[in-house]
Design a protein around this ligand. Sequence first.
Ligand code: ZN
Length: 317
Amino acid sequence: MMRRALLALLLLLLLLAGLLTAWLHWPRSGPDPSDLAESSEGAVTLQWLGVSAALLRAGDSAVMIDPFFTRRPGKLGLLTNRPTAPDAERIRAWLQRLGIERLDAVAVSHAHYDHALDAGVVARLTGATLLGSEGVANIGRGAGLPEAQLRTVTDGEEITAGEFRLRFIASRHAGATGGRPRGLIEAPLEPPEPPLAYRQQHTWSILVTHPQARLLHHGSAGFTPGALADVQADAVMLGVALIDDLPRYLDEVVGATGAGRVFAVHWDDFTRPLSEPLRPLPLGVNLPTFFAGARDQLPAVDFRTLPLAEPVALAPE
Ligand SMILES: [Zn+2]
């Protein structure tokens, strides 16, 4: 009798040890889902999702800008312009991890591959309205979005999405070439398509306002002089790839808006999946130079990068 009880206890201990080992060694790619899905009632939160992708939440409202989860690994595919399709499974997994079932809007700053590839699929899976240029609408059509979920924006236009308002302000793409490939995506873009099929057309700076917070999403490091002169923002998501003239860029985008916080974005190498540690792009980005120059020019502003997918409060409860 005694031996049987001891055996049962031993088996129970072994089972517990096994469960503990499994729990400790369970593969955890990326942050803990329970943290990511958390949204404090009443607060406005921002989650950065690599490149210039952002999730904004307030109460029951949620919008995404430039969602890009696919991030096909390897540089060769990009260099050889190999046709690529959005990875619907990976997109679903990320939406689930973030606790997102529906979005009020998916907004796209410009139709390049690294900003727009997944936008149509994310809008389809979440019932969101897809906001952007005509080319972005054609990405949506290619992803099977109905016309009722497509909206083409114009300069200065403000669109309501739940508790948020999104204002599209014409900007300029970074880089000496003004952001190739340029032009219009003229017909529904049905993936797989080569990365160079994602043509820029327009680049927008997007002001997201909520009664408690104002965030300027500035996904590409170009600017139109004076375009943000009448814009006020508390924080800026600032693209830092291919900065040409840092002092003027900071003046035009950060100084002009009076923002107190700047989150550097578009610095990570998007030929690596989000499940691996992020690394800076091998070309076109120099974070130490950016931060040194920025802090020197605007010492009162808090410049930083954001940890992947961790909620940052833009406004308290
Ligand atoms: Zn671009």
